[in-house]
Design a protein around this ligand. Structure first.
Ligand code: GEK
Length: 252
């Protein structure tokens, strides 16, 4: 028998394919099992954003600093950061409060060929100590953090970030104009339909997730990032109602 770790079995996401009792969405073992398929078919742009996280990390990782992936799930964004850091003398930490995610993430990290060590922590990102950071990623995680906690978390990240360092923040967003909101929601649902989700799956997932995923507008994000201490906010990607921003800590 080989000592090489094997890929955890990956399944197609059929969690909402049959009629089920409404309950809030949770990142449990059943979600972790189908997660790569679920996020690829549900989040427009995800498969572009992941490799771009590597490109961005390559530009902003600073020697002797820490990099953090907050809400790392199975480590797709963590691995992109790991490859972006390359040979630089940086440390990399992935954090998720779902034990099922962290357990599987460990397998993916072990399978990857980069020599850079990755520390994985199973905890609430609100409790993660942050210091001397150059690149921090919140790739579709802040939207699950209670609204009242978001400003405090972003201030802690900004304070921990060195001048010239960045936060990569990807989020589902909402639009102030109801007409724009309708168009973007419709296009997002069509994206899901094109990826094989049925009307029942789309509507059941929507009901389950809307209590736990609270989107905010681009302007709310921008103003809060600036108030937190970032000097510049750049939207580097948008597809329908999914956006990724780069918040840059400029020199004081
Ligand atoms: C990727 N970044 O593949 N503390 C820790 N983890 C949390 C918290 C919290 N307070 N809230 C949510 N999570 C990944 C995708 S998924 C996005 C991120 C999605 C975790 C949660 O357990 C889940 O694994 C992750 O954040 C969000 O690039 O499913 O749309």
């Amino acid at each position: 028998m080989s000592d090489k770790p094997s890929t955890p079995p990956q399944e197609t996401d059929r969690l909402f394919a049959t009629e089920r009792n409404p309950e809030d969405f949770r990142f449990d073992a059943s979600v972790a099992r189908v997660f790569p398929d679920m996020i690829r078919r549900s989040v427009p742009g995800y498969t572009t954003i992941i490799p771009m996280i590597e490109v961005i990390t390559e530009q902003y990782a600073q020697s002797g600093s820490h990099c953090y992936d907050l809400g790392c799930s199975l480590g797709a964004s963590t691995l992109a950061m790991r490859h972006g850091i390359g040979e630089t003398d940086c440390s990399l930490t992935g954090v998720d409060n779902s034990a099922a995610m962290i357990e599987r993430c460990q397998h993916y990290i072990a399978l990857d060929d980069s020599p850079l060590p990755v520390q994985l922590r199973c905890e609430d990102i609100l409790a993660t100590p942050l210091e001397n950071a150059s690149v921090t990623t919140l790739n579709f995680t802040l939207q699950f953090v209670p609204l009242a906690e978001r400003a405090g978390l972003l201030s802690r990240i900004a304070t921990a970030t060195r001048p010239g360092g960045v936060l990569i923040l990807s989020e589902k967003i909402r639009f102030d104009s109801p007409r724009d909101q309708d168009v973007q929601t419709h296009l997002h649902h069509e994206f899901k339909r094109a990826n094989g989700y049925s009307d029942l799956e789309i509507s059941q997932k929507r009901s389950a997730i809307e209590q736990v995923l609270i989107p905010e507008s681009l302007d709310e994000h921008r103003q809060r990032l600036l108030a937190a201490g970032f000097g510049q906010v750049v939207v580097w990607y948008q597809c329908f109602n999914f956006v990724s921003m780069l918040a840059i800590k400029t020199a004081a």
